[in-house]
Design a protein around this ligand. Structure first.
Ligand code: GTP
Length: 411
């Protein structure tokens, strides 16, 4: 059974036209991502390549074979560039474009070869050009980036396999590829499969870009952009959730409020950017002391919170003290190399599984303990006391003991 090659080319042309249209729509919408733009350019080149091949009966051979294949090479290069950007955030490897250039020059020398030989070599060239991006997507992109990239990797892998297969088949059974406008069923299907998979990779890439945007938006909605900690809303939600869960499972929960001491002085003395750097360093240092199940959130400004599931009083106090010491020992430097040191005050509250304390009440108690820690000289950990910390401190009532000098915090 024979397959009519122009029909096949027309089908692929229509498919890539649809893909280009999708990409164009995606690019005009909220998805203005450079990688997607590069992929769209690749698809436009692919479309033009198919156009050239389709026009083969009516154009000189050099135009369809040379220009058409060069357009395919350009298209694969652009796809590869998009993948490298997406997965590694790197440009193309230095050797890549010179190699493609060599392939284009080789095409010039192949103009007088018989069709079968050219088919074999061009198939190998296309497969080789696609291999780095395929391997990159399968190896590096598999676990690290959006799940849709797995589909892209699989589709590109199938394209590569189909193109290598076509190359080998055309070398071993050249008679099957003798006719320009009609192919045997097997080779025709392999050709169709290779480009359909490439088209599938394109749709997968659009999805992967959407998925990455969605992940970023989710990250922005739940995390603090400066420190990478959870934001207040998420921390509050997780506190209520963990409290309820502890109650059901009969395990205690501890909640800590952490407030960097004299943080205003850091901003005043070293500048706001250094202040931001301290907040990031602080978050990183605290995080290094936590278990995976602990919740660490930024409640606003220089105030942070820890939700410690299945942690009793001694455990929470031990961790809080460890955090306090870690921050006390943390040495950061601003851009001019000036050393910045900060300390932290921590209020801790423990909710036994049968305590009936609400999340709001826990927050008030921890805040009261934090107030006592500040009032008692800062750089210390205080455990909440239901009797004395029953009422949250009025806002802005932390007094700086007169014996304390701000400069003592810095060196
Ligand atoms: N650099 C920087 N500063 C911030 C940020 N958020 C809040 N601040 C500053 O943090 C400071 C908090 O000051 P205060 O509430 O007086 O507290 P403090 O100076 O740490 O004093 P105590 O808590 O009493 O030890 C203010 O100067 C805020 O402008 C931020 O994201 N970046």
């Amino acid at each position: 059974m024979k397959i009519d090659i122009p029909t096949l080319l027309l089908t692929l042309f229509a498919g890539f036209l649809l893909l280009s249209l999708q990409l164009w729509i995606a690019l005009r919408g909220a998805l203005r991502q450079p990688e997607l733009r590069t992929w769209a350019q690749g698809s436009a080149a692919m479309l033009a390549g198919f156009g050239m091949l389709f026009l083969r009966p009516w154009t000189p051979l050099w135009m369809s074979a040379l220009v058409g294949n060069c357009l395919f090479f350009l298209s694969i290069s652009l796809y590869t560039k998009a993948i490298f950007r997406y997965v590694l955030d790197h440009p193309l490897p230095r050797w890549y474009l010179p190699t493609v250039g060599l392939f284009c020059i080789a095409l010039l020398g192949m103009q007088h070869w018989v069709f079968q030989q050219r088919t074999a070599v061009v198939s190998f060239m296309l497969a080789l050009m696609l291999t780095p991006a395929t391997l990159l997507t399968l190896i590096r992109g598999w676990g690290n980036v959006a799940g849709a990239m797995r589909n892209v990797g699989l589709m590109m892998g199938l394209t590569c396999l189909a193109m290598y297969a076509r190359g080998f088949d055309a070398s071993l059974r050249p008679q099957q590829y003798a006719e320009l406008m009609a192919g045997d069923l097997g080779p025709g299907l392999v050709l169709l499969l290779s480009f359909l998979c490439l088209m599938g990779a394109g749709f997968g890439f659009v999805l992967a870009c959407f998925e990455r945007v969605a992940l970023r938006m989710e990250e922005l909605a739940t995390h603090d952009g400066l420190t990478g900690c959870l934001n207040r809303v998420t921390t509050d939600t997780l506190l209520a959730h963990t409290l309820e869960r502890g109650r059901r499972e009969g395990s205690p929960l501890s909640f800590c409020l952490l407030d960097i001491d004299h943080f205003k002085c850091v901003n005043d003395q070293f500048g706001h950017q250094a202040g931001d750097m301290v907040l990031r360093g602080f978050a990183q240092a605290v995080r290094s002391r936590l278990r995976a199940s602990d919740v660490f959130g930024r409640m606003g400004g220089e105030e942070f919170a820890l939700v410690l599931p299945a942690t009793d009083g001694p455990g929470a106090l031990r961790l809080a003290e460890l955090v306090r010491q870690t921050i006390e020992q943390m040495a950061l430097a601003d851009e001019q190399g000036r050393q910045i040191r900060v300390t932290v005050s921590i209020g801790v509250v423990v909710a036994a599984s049968d305590s009936g304390l609400s999340a709001t009440r826990l927050y008030m108690l921890a805040d009261g303990a934090l107030y006592r820690a500040k009032h008692g000289g800062r750089n210390r950990v205080m455990l909440a006391d239901e009797a004395s910390d029953a009422l949250a401190r009025p806002a802005g009532t932390i007094e700086k003991p007169s014996s304390e000098t701000v400069a003592g915090n810095f060196s």
